[in-house]
Design a protein around this ligand. Sequence first.
Ligand code: SAM
Length: 230
Amino acid sequence: MSFRFEPIGYVRSCFVEKFAIPRQPHLAPAARGVIELLPPYDQPEAIAGLELVSHIWVLFVFHAASSGPEHLRVRPPRLGGNQRIGVFASRATHRPNPIGQSVVTLDRADPGRLAISGLDLLDGTPVLDIKPYVPYADALPSARNELADAAPTGCSISWNEDALAQATAAAARLNQPVVELIEQCLAQDPKPAYQQPTPRREYGVRFWDLNVRWHYPTQCEIRVLSVLPA
Ligand code: SAM
C-alpha cells in the first residue's frame, strides 16, 4: 500500500538555511514565520475555529533531508553526534518517511495565512496538515524520555557594539525581534558537537535577509561580530 500526499501550504520562515535552527520548537520563541495555505485551504472555512486555539501541530515534510529505509540508526546531535540510537527513538530529520511534527504558537489566523512563532522549520517547508494542540491530551506531565529529558543548555552571548546596533536597525526595518532571535538561536550553540572552536574561527548563518557572524572567545561563550544584509 502506498499513499500520496500533496502539501496544503508552505512555511515562510526566518530560517533560510538549516544551520542554527533550534532542534525543537519553542527553544527560540522569537523565531517567526507564516504558513501560506494553498487553494482551496486558503478559504475562510478551512480555518474557522482556529481563533480559539493558541497552538497548532504542524505536520510537514523534511524536504531538505534525505529519507528512505536505510535510516535505521541515527546519531542525534544532543548525544554528541557519536552515539547511535534507533531512528524511531529520535526526532532526526533523516527518516524512513521524511515527516516532521512541530507544535508552534499560532499568533494570528487569517484566510490563507497563519502567523506562527517558536518554529523550528526551514523556509519553504511543505506542510501536510495542521491540527489544533489539545492540552489535556498533548501535555503529559508524567511523560519520560531519558534521551532528551530537558531543553539543551547553551552558551552565553555577548555582542560587539556595532553588531548590536546593526541587529537593532535590522529589527526596526524587518519589524522582527532580531536581537532576541539571534540570542535565542546562538545560545543553543549551533556548531557541530565534535568541533572544538578556536577564538580565531568565525561562524555564520543567515536569518531573514541577514548574515550573522560570531566566534567563540572561549568554549561556550559566543560573541556576535556582525549582523549585515546577506
Ligand atoms: N520538531 C520536529 C520534529 O520533531 O519532527 C523537527 C525536529 S528536527 C530535529 C529539527 C531540525 O530539523 C532543525 O534543527 C532543522 O535543522 C531541521 N529542519 C527544519 N525544517 C527542515 C526541512 N524542511 N527539511 C530538512 N530539515 C529541516
